[in-house]
Design a protein around this ligand. Structure first.
Ligand code: GLY
Length: 387
């Protein structure tokens, strides 16, 4: 595995960085209690939005992490107000015809159940798990990411879904019904078989053949081009395989983790924060995606729990190096109301070859802030995950 000479964050520095993030969350509570936070900032300031985006779960996750750090009632009260909003969303089927149920309901409602025993949170998250499994196709054995179910031009899954399936493992644990975890196992098996290339890089999206159910082809949406490697997709691969290993202990998930991580490390620039697509390396003017670094740091800290001490120490060191870079050079220290927590994320950058809508380029992104706080929390305590 590739190693780096970069400095590591200390426990005291991680605690201080987390406290800075918590200060920003506290400042932004009045803006985002009856509203949600937009997926990305504009000049580092988040506009409010309705609870109708795939990203709305990350802000409540930040609020729960702030509550875990401080125990202050203001955080718990806001997070529970947001649970009401997520309950309303799933019961009224508001913008839930897609696979992002885990991103939405794990950091908001599963967290509420685990942390304060919110039955409303638990029930809303189970409804979200039901919605997620309704998108599973027997033919091809995958959860369809986007669009009308069964539509030929959308008969595909995307690597990001590795962070949605933990909702299914959790739903089986909490209900005792195996149907959720079974679908998770089958989806993850399909994903790992097709989405990881021989060199350990990943396809963002993967089409299955609606007639035979066999693999058709990989394609990008938010990466630079079909055969490049979108940094955040790779990061979802790193963290997603670690979480699936946590729940299943299937050795092939840990093998996949190592392969995807190895490619990711090979393509990092000197400060360990990737450019938005891993086709770009040191010297380019392309923007970074700092959120990928936080996601990978979480994956490293999770996977380190399950391997021998030598490998675990190497992974913890990498996470500490990534966090040091983020905390020293990317984290916001202070700003006006609505300010984000980590700069230089990239949501979707248009290229001549991809199909995305350009949004949130070189901005704070809601999940970047959340996973930075999660990684710091993991660093300073033994953290019970929301996923
Ligand atoms: N799941 C979409 C993204 O990572 O931008």
């Amino acid at each position: 595995m590739k190693t780096f000479p970069n400095p590591t964050i200390t426990a005291a520095e991680a605690g201080a960085a987390l406290d800075t993030a918590v200060k920003i969350v506290r400042q932004n509570l009045p803006l985002f209690t009856s509203n949600c936070q937009n997926h990305s900032s504009v000049n580092d300031i988040y506009p409010p939005c309705e609870n109708d985006q795939w990203t709305c779960g990350f802000w409540p996750g930040e609020v729960w992490l702030a509550w875990e750090r401080t125990g202050e009632d203001c955080f718990k009260n806001t997070a529970l107000t947001l649970v009401d909003s997520f309950d309303h969303r799933i019961r009224n089927h508001i913008e839930v015809d897609h696979h992002d149920m885990g991103f939405l309901y794990s950091p908001s409602c599963v967290a509420a159940w685990k942390l304060v025993g919110s039955e409303k949170g638990r029930d809303a998250a189970i409804l979200a798990a039901d919605q997620l499994i309704s998108r599973f196709h027997e033919k091809g054995e995958f959860i369809q990411a986007w669009g009308t179910l069964g539509a030929k031009d959308n008969y595909r899954y995307i690597i990001d879904c590795l962070l949605n399936v933990p909702l299914l493992y959790w739903a089986t644990e909490v209900t005792g019904n195996e149907k959720y975890a079974n679908i998770a196992h089958r989806h993850v098996a399909t994903c790992l078989k097709n989405s990881i290339r021989a060199d350990g890089s990943t396809y963002h999206t993967f089409f299955m053949d609606p007639v035979t159910g066999g693999p058709s082809h990989g394609a990008t949406c938010q990466g630079y081009k079909d055969d490049s490697c979108w940094a955040r997709g790779q990061a979802w691969g790193v963290y997603g395989t670690a979480i699936s290993y946590r729940y299943t202990k299937k050795p092939e998930y840990l093998d996949a983790f190592r392969r995807v991580l190895a490619y990711y490390l090979e393509r990092l620039p000197e400060d360990l924060i990737p450019y938005w697509d891993m086709t770009f390396t040191s010297g380019t003017e392309e923007p970074r995606d700092s959120s990928s670094a936080s996601i990978v740091a979480c994956g490293l800290l999770e996977a380190a729990k399950y391997v021998g001490e030598e490998e675990a120490a190497a992974w913890r060191k990498l996470a500490a190096q990534m966090l040091k870079s983020l905390a020293d050079h990317y984290a916001v220290q202070e700003g006006p109301d609505g300010i984000g927590i980590v700069r230089h994320g990239t949501y979707s950058k248009k290229s001549p070859y991809n199909t995305c809508t350009p949004e949130g380029v070189d901005e704070c992104v809601s999940w970047g802030d959340y996973f930075y706080m999660e990684a710091l929390t993991r660093f300073v305590k033994d953290w019970e995950l929301y996923w």
